[in-house]
Design a protein around this ligand. Structure first.
Ligand code: TUI
Length: 315
Protein backbone atom coordinates (compact mmCIF):
# COMPACT_ATOMS: atom_id res chain seq x y z
CA UNK A 1 0.00 0.00 0.00
CA UNK A 2 1.01 3.60 -0.49
CA UNK A 3 -0.49 5.30 2.53
CA UNK A 4 -0.14 9.04 3.11
CA UNK A 5 -1.80 11.84 5.10
CA UNK A 6 -4.16 12.29 2.13
CA UNK A 7 -5.59 8.81 2.77
CA UNK A 8 -6.14 9.70 6.44
CA UNK A 9 -7.72 13.11 5.80
CA UNK A 10 -10.08 11.87 3.08
CA UNK A 11 -10.76 8.37 4.41
CA UNK A 12 -9.60 6.67 1.21
CA UNK A 13 -7.44 3.62 0.47
CA UNK A 14 -5.21 4.94 -2.34
CA UNK A 15 -3.90 8.55 -2.52
CA UNK A 16 -5.40 8.96 -5.98
CA UNK A 17 -7.97 11.63 -6.86
CA UNK A 18 -9.95 11.83 -10.08
CA UNK A 19 -9.99 15.32 -11.58
CA UNK A 20 -13.37 17.06 -11.41
CA UNK A 21 -13.69 17.58 -15.15
CA UNK A 22 -16.72 19.54 -16.36
CA UNK A 23 -19.26 17.33 -18.26
CA UNK A 24 -16.89 14.32 -17.99
CA UNK A 25 -16.76 13.79 -14.23
CA UNK A 26 -20.32 12.61 -13.69
CA UNK A 27 -21.71 10.76 -10.67
CA UNK A 28 -21.02 7.44 -12.45
CA UNK A 29 -17.30 8.10 -12.88
CA UNK A 30 -16.91 9.65 -9.42
CA UNK A 31 -18.67 6.72 -7.72
CA UNK A 32 -16.57 4.19 -9.64
CA UNK A 33 -13.34 5.87 -8.51
CA UNK A 34 -14.52 6.07 -4.89
CA UNK A 35 -15.70 2.45 -4.95
CA UNK A 36 -12.24 1.46 -6.20
CA UNK A 37 -10.59 3.13 -3.19
CA UNK A 38 -9.61 6.50 -4.67
CA UNK A 39 -11.47 9.79 -4.40
CA UNK A 40 -14.06 10.31 -7.10
CA UNK A 41 -14.99 13.91 -7.80
CA UNK A 42 -18.07 15.30 -9.57
CA UNK A 43 -17.20 18.19 -11.89
CA UNK A 44 -19.66 21.05 -11.39
CA UNK A 45 -18.15 23.07 -14.25
CA UNK A 46 -20.66 25.71 -15.37
CA UNK A 47 -23.69 23.59 -14.40
CA UNK A 48 -26.59 25.17 -12.45
CA UNK A 49 -26.98 24.10 -8.82
CA UNK A 50 -29.99 21.79 -9.45
CA UNK A 51 -27.97 19.76 -11.97
CA UNK A 52 -25.07 19.47 -9.51
CA UNK A 53 -27.53 18.49 -6.77
CA UNK A 54 -28.88 15.63 -8.89
CA UNK A 55 -25.34 14.38 -9.50
CA UNK A 56 -24.58 14.50 -5.76
CA UNK A 57 -27.74 12.49 -5.01
CA UNK A 58 -26.89 9.96 -7.75
CA UNK A 59 -23.32 9.52 -6.49
CA UNK A 60 -24.62 8.97 -2.93
CA UNK A 61 -26.81 6.16 -4.32
CA UNK A 62 -23.89 4.59 -6.21
CA UNK A 63 -21.29 4.61 -3.42
CA UNK A 64 -21.08 4.63 0.36
CA UNK A 65 -17.48 5.81 0.18
CA UNK A 66 -16.44 9.47 0.36
CA UNK A 67 -16.58 11.48 -2.84
CA UNK A 68 -16.03 15.13 -3.72
CA UNK A 69 -17.34 17.95 -5.87
CA UNK A 70 -15.09 20.25 -7.88
CA UNK A 71 -16.30 23.83 -8.03
CA UNK A 72 -15.14 25.82 -11.03
CA UNK A 73 -14.89 29.32 -9.63
CA UNK A 74 -15.52 31.10 -12.96
CA UNK A 75 -19.01 29.57 -13.05
CA UNK A 76 -21.91 32.02 -12.71
CA UNK A 77 -23.55 29.53 -10.31
CA UNK A 78 -20.77 29.21 -7.71
CA UNK A 79 -22.79 30.56 -4.75
CA UNK A 80 -25.77 28.25 -5.37
CA UNK A 81 -23.49 25.25 -6.04
CA UNK A 82 -21.74 25.87 -2.70
CA UNK A 83 -25.18 25.92 -1.04
CA UNK A 84 -26.14 22.46 -2.36
CA UNK A 85 -22.71 21.11 -1.39
CA UNK A 86 -23.30 22.32 2.17
CA UNK A 87 -26.92 21.08 2.19
CA UNK A 88 -25.85 17.56 1.19
CA UNK A 89 -22.78 17.54 3.47
CA UNK A 90 -20.42 16.62 0.63
CA UNK A 91 -17.23 15.34 2.28
CA UNK A 92 -14.62 16.92 -0.02
CA UNK A 93 -14.61 20.08 -2.12
CA UNK A 94 -11.90 20.88 -4.63
CA UNK A 95 -11.84 24.20 -6.45
CA UNK A 96 -10.34 25.39 -9.70
CA UNK A 97 -9.81 28.55 -11.75
CA UNK A 98 -9.70 30.99 -8.84
CA UNK A 99 -9.35 31.78 -5.16
CA UNK A 100 -11.99 30.01 -3.00
CA UNK A 101 -11.03 31.95 0.18
CA UNK A 102 -14.51 33.39 0.90
CA UNK A 103 -16.18 29.97 0.80
CA UNK A 104 -13.77 28.08 3.07
CA UNK A 105 -15.38 29.08 6.41
CA UNK A 106 -18.87 27.91 5.38
CA UNK A 107 -17.60 24.65 3.89
CA UNK A 108 -15.57 23.81 6.98
CA UNK A 109 -18.57 24.53 9.22
CA UNK A 110 -20.47 21.91 7.18
CA UNK A 111 -17.66 19.42 7.82
CA UNK A 112 -16.18 19.44 4.29
CA UNK A 113 -12.48 19.05 3.60
CA UNK A 114 -11.38 21.77 1.22
CA UNK A 115 -8.65 21.25 -1.34
CA UNK A 116 -8.02 24.17 -3.71
CA UNK A 117 -6.08 23.78 -6.95
CA UNK A 118 -3.14 26.19 -6.82
CA UNK A 119 -0.97 27.22 -9.76
CA UNK A 120 1.57 29.14 -7.61
CA UNK A 121 3.39 29.22 -4.27
CA UNK A 122 1.71 32.52 -3.37
CA UNK A 123 -1.82 31.09 -3.65
CA UNK A 124 -0.69 27.91 -1.87
CA UNK A 125 0.47 29.91 1.18
CA UNK A 126 -2.70 32.00 1.17
CA UNK A 127 -4.91 28.90 1.01
CA UNK A 128 -3.05 27.27 3.91
CA UNK A 129 -3.46 30.43 5.99
CA UNK A 130 -7.25 30.51 5.45
CA UNK A 131 -7.71 26.86 6.45
CA UNK A 132 -7.37 24.61 3.37
CA UNK A 133 -6.94 20.96 4.40
CA UNK A 134 -4.64 20.07 1.50
CA UNK A 135 -3.67 21.52 -1.88
CA UNK A 136 -3.61 20.30 -5.45
CA UNK A 137 -0.52 21.68 -7.21
CA UNK A 138 -1.48 21.41 -10.87
CA UNK A 139 1.16 21.90 -13.54
CA UNK A 140 0.61 23.30 -17.00
CA UNK A 141 0.74 19.77 -18.48
CA UNK A 142 -2.88 19.36 -17.33
CA UNK A 143 -5.91 19.55 -19.57
CA UNK A 144 -8.52 22.31 -19.52
CA UNK A 145 -7.82 25.62 -17.79
CA UNK A 146 -4.14 25.78 -16.84
CA UNK A 147 -1.50 27.76 -15.00
CA UNK A 148 2.05 28.46 -16.22
CA UNK A 149 4.41 26.35 -14.13
CA UNK A 150 5.20 22.72 -14.87
CA UNK A 151 4.36 19.98 -12.38
CA UNK A 152 8.09 19.27 -11.95
CA UNK A 153 8.77 22.87 -10.84
CA UNK A 154 5.50 23.70 -9.06
CA UNK A 155 5.09 20.65 -6.81
CA UNK A 156 8.40 20.77 -4.86
CA UNK A 157 8.15 24.55 -4.42
CA UNK A 158 4.61 24.25 -3.02
CA UNK A 159 5.66 21.30 -0.83
CA UNK A 160 8.46 23.42 0.68
CA UNK A 161 6.18 26.41 1.21
CA UNK A 162 3.36 24.75 3.22
CA UNK A 163 2.84 22.14 5.94
CA UNK A 164 -0.49 20.76 4.70
CA UNK A 165 -0.29 17.80 2.28
CA UNK A 166 0.13 18.46 -1.42
CA UNK A 167 -1.40 16.47 -4.27
CA UNK A 168 0.38 16.60 -7.62
CA UNK A 169 -1.58 16.99 -10.85
CA UNK A 170 -0.80 17.57 -14.51
CA UNK A 171 1.01 15.01 -16.66
CA UNK A 172 0.39 11.96 -14.47
CA UNK A 173 -1.16 8.80 -15.93
CA UNK A 174 0.86 5.81 -14.72
CA UNK A 175 2.92 4.41 -11.86
CA UNK A 176 6.02 6.27 -12.99
CA UNK A 177 4.08 9.51 -12.61
CA UNK A 178 2.86 8.54 -9.13
CA UNK A 179 6.38 7.53 -8.03
CA UNK A 180 7.76 10.79 -9.44
CA UNK A 181 5.10 12.83 -7.62
CA UNK A 182 5.99 11.12 -4.34
CA UNK A 183 9.68 11.84 -5.04
CA UNK A 184 8.79 15.54 -5.41
CA UNK A 185 7.23 15.47 -1.95
CA UNK A 186 3.60 15.13 -2.97
CA UNK A 187 1.39 12.82 -0.87
CA UNK A 188 -1.02 11.95 -3.65
CA UNK A 189 -1.90 12.52 -7.27
CA UNK A 190 -4.90 13.75 -9.20
CA UNK A 191 -5.45 12.40 -12.69
CA UNK A 192 -7.95 13.61 -15.26
CA UNK A 193 -7.12 12.39 -18.77
CA UNK A 194 -6.29 8.86 -17.54
CA UNK A 195 -9.76 8.51 -16.00
CA UNK A 196 -11.51 9.77 -19.16
CA UNK A 197 -10.13 6.63 -20.81
CA UNK A 198 -11.95 4.34 -18.40
CA UNK A 199 -14.87 2.00 -18.95
CA UNK A 200 -16.99 3.84 -16.39
CA UNK A 201 -16.45 7.32 -17.84
CA UNK A 202 -19.67 8.41 -19.58
CA UNK A 203 -17.97 10.71 -22.12
CA UNK A 204 -18.81 9.98 -25.79
CA UNK A 205 -16.79 7.15 -27.38
CA UNK A 206 -15.44 9.63 -29.97
CA UNK A 207 -13.90 11.72 -27.16
CA UNK A 208 -12.14 8.69 -25.67
CA UNK A 209 -11.02 7.59 -29.14
CA UNK A 210 -9.49 11.04 -29.81
CA UNK A 211 -7.50 10.80 -26.57
CA UNK A 212 -6.28 7.28 -27.45
CA UNK A 213 -5.17 8.47 -30.89
CA UNK A 214 -3.39 11.58 -29.57
CA UNK A 215 0.38 11.80 -29.73
CA UNK A 216 2.85 13.65 -27.52
CA UNK A 217 2.36 17.09 -29.15
CA UNK A 218 -1.36 17.04 -29.84
CA UNK A 219 -2.64 18.76 -26.68
CA UNK A 220 -2.19 22.47 -27.39
CA UNK A 221 -3.04 25.69 -25.55
CA UNK A 222 -5.63 28.16 -26.85
CA UNK A 223 -6.87 31.41 -25.39
CA UNK A 224 -3.70 32.82 -23.83
CA UNK A 225 -4.89 36.29 -24.92
CA UNK A 226 -8.19 35.87 -23.05
CA UNK A 227 -6.45 35.36 -19.71
CA UNK A 228 -8.01 31.87 -19.50
CA UNK A 229 -5.67 29.53 -21.38
CA UNK A 230 -7.17 26.11 -22.05
CA UNK A 231 -5.37 22.94 -23.17
CA UNK A 232 -7.26 20.84 -25.74
CA UNK A 233 -6.48 18.41 -28.52
CA UNK A 234 -5.61 20.16 -31.77
CA UNK A 235 -8.61 20.22 -34.15
CA UNK A 236 -10.66 22.51 -36.39
CA UNK A 237 -11.81 24.54 -33.34
CA UNK A 238 -8.29 25.16 -31.97
CA UNK A 239 -7.06 26.15 -35.44
CA UNK A 240 -9.93 28.63 -35.84
CA UNK A 241 -9.28 29.96 -32.32
CA UNK A 242 -5.56 30.44 -33.15
CA UNK A 243 -6.41 32.28 -36.35
CA UNK A 244 -8.77 34.65 -34.53
CA UNK A 245 -6.31 35.20 -31.68
CA UNK A 246 -3.55 36.08 -34.14
CA UNK A 247 -5.94 38.51 -35.88
CA UNK A 248 -6.37 40.32 -32.56
CA UNK A 249 -10.01 39.28 -31.93
CA UNK A 250 -11.25 40.74 -28.61
CA UNK A 251 -11.33 38.36 -25.62
CA UNK A 252 -15.15 38.55 -25.28
CA UNK A 253 -15.62 37.34 -28.85
CA UNK A 254 -13.17 34.49 -28.32
CA UNK A 255 -14.95 33.50 -25.10
CA UNK A 256 -18.22 33.43 -27.07
CA UNK A 257 -16.67 31.12 -29.66
CA UNK A 258 -15.68 28.73 -26.83
CA UNK A 259 -19.12 28.63 -25.19
CA UNK A 260 -20.84 25.23 -25.32
CA UNK A 261 -17.91 23.59 -27.09
CA UNK A 262 -16.92 21.24 -24.28
CA UNK A 263 -20.43 19.81 -24.15
CA UNK A 264 -20.38 19.40 -27.93
CA UNK A 265 -17.28 17.20 -27.70
CA UNK A 266 -18.05 15.28 -24.49
CA UNK A 267 -21.77 14.68 -24.90
CA UNK A 268 -22.32 14.80 -28.66
CA UNK A 269 -18.96 13.35 -29.66
CA UNK A 270 -18.11 16.16 -32.08
CA UNK A 271 -14.33 16.08 -31.73
CA UNK A 272 -13.75 18.35 -34.75
CA UNK A 273 -15.75 21.44 -33.79
CA UNK A 274 -15.92 20.76 -30.05
CA UNK A 275 -13.40 21.41 -27.28
CA UNK A 276 -11.54 18.14 -26.56
CA UNK A 277 -9.87 19.14 -23.29
CA UNK A 278 -6.87 16.91 -22.63
CA UNK A 279 -3.61 16.86 -20.74
CA UNK A 280 -0.23 16.50 -22.46
CA UNK A 281 -0.07 12.94 -21.15
CA UNK A 282 -2.78 11.75 -23.60
CA UNK A 283 0.02 10.40 -25.81
CA UNK A 284 0.88 7.87 -23.09
CA UNK A 285 -2.65 6.50 -22.81
CA UNK A 286 -3.44 3.66 -25.20
CA UNK A 287 -6.29 1.74 -23.60
CA UNK A 288 -9.68 2.02 -21.96
CA UNK A 289 -9.71 0.11 -18.68
CA UNK A 290 -11.99 -0.25 -15.68
CA UNK A 291 -11.26 2.37 -13.03
CA UNK A 292 -10.26 -0.32 -10.51
CA UNK A 293 -7.59 -1.67 -12.89
CA UNK A 294 -6.27 1.84 -13.49
CA UNK A 295 -5.94 2.58 -9.77
CA UNK A 296 -4.51 -0.81 -8.78
CA UNK A 297 -2.16 -0.95 -11.79
CA UNK A 298 -0.73 2.50 -11.11
CA UNK A 299 -0.25 1.80 -7.42
CA UNK A 300 1.51 -1.51 -8.09
CA UNK A 301 3.76 0.03 -10.73
CA UNK A 302 4.72 2.90 -8.40
CA UNK A 303 5.46 0.48 -5.54
CA UNK A 304 7.64 -1.66 -7.82
CA UNK A 305 9.59 1.41 -8.98
CA UNK A 306 10.16 2.56 -5.42
CA UNK A 307 11.28 -0.95 -4.35
CA UNK A 308 13.64 -1.35 -7.32
CA UNK A 309 15.11 2.10 -6.65
CA UNK A 310 15.70 1.14 -3.01
CA UNK A 311 17.47 -2.07 -4.13
CA UNK A 312 19.63 -0.17 -6.63
CA UNK A 313 20.64 2.05 -3.74
CA UNK A 314 21.48 -1.04 -1.66
CA UNK A 315 18.76 -0.38 0.93
O1 TUI B 1 -9.90 24.50 -13.26
C1 TUI B 1 -9.14 23.73 -13.81
N1 TUI B 1 -9.37 23.22 -15.03
C2 TUI B 1 -10.46 23.52 -15.81
S1 TUI B 1 -11.74 24.53 -15.40
C3 TUI B 1 -12.42 24.29 -16.89
S2 TUI B 1 -13.90 25.05 -17.39
C4 TUI B 1 -13.32 26.44 -18.18
N2 TUI B 1 -13.65 26.58 -19.44
C5 TUI B 1 -13.23 27.66 -20.11
C6 TUI B 1 -12.46 28.64 -19.53
C7 TUI B 1 -12.06 28.46 -18.27
C8 TUI B 1 -12.49 27.35 -17.55
C9 TUI B 1 -11.69 23.45 -17.62
N3 TUI B 1 -10.59 23.03 -16.99
N4 TUI B 1 -7.99 23.34 -13.22
C10 TUI B 1 -7.59 23.86 -11.98
C11 TUI B 1 -6.84 25.11 -12.16
N5 TUI B 1 -7.00 26.12 -11.38
N6 TUI B 1 -5.93 25.38 -13.09
C12 TUI B 1 -5.48 26.64 -12.86
C13 TUI B 1 -6.17 27.11 -11.76
C14 TUI B 1 -6.09 28.36 -11.07
C15 TUI B 1 -5.77 29.53 -11.73
C16 TUI B 1 -5.73 30.73 -11.01
C17 TUI B 1 -6.38 28.38 -9.72
C18 TUI B 1 -6.33 29.54 -9.03
C19 TUI B 1 -6.01 30.71 -9.68
O2 TUI B 1 -6.00 31.81 -8.89
C20 TUI B 1 -5.94 33.09 -9.41
C21 TUI B 1 -6.18 33.99 -8.24
O3 TUI B 1 -7.29 34.53 -8.17
O4 TUI B 1 -5.29 34.07 -7.38
Amino acid sequence: MIHTRICEILGIEYPILQGGMAWVATAELAAAVSNAGGLGIIGAGNAPADVVEREIIKASELTTKPFGVNVMLLSPFVDQVMEVIIKHRVKVVTTGAGNPGKYIGGLKEAGAKIIPVVPSVALAKRMQSVGADALIAEGTEAGGHIGELTTMCLVPQVVDAVEIPVIAAGGIADGRGLAAALALGAEGVQMGTRFVCSVECTAHANYKEALLKAGDRDAVVSGRTTGHPVRCLKNKLTREFDRLERAGTPAEELEKLGAGKLREAVVEGNTKDGSVMSGQIAGLINDIKPVKEIIEGITKEARDIIEITAKVLGR
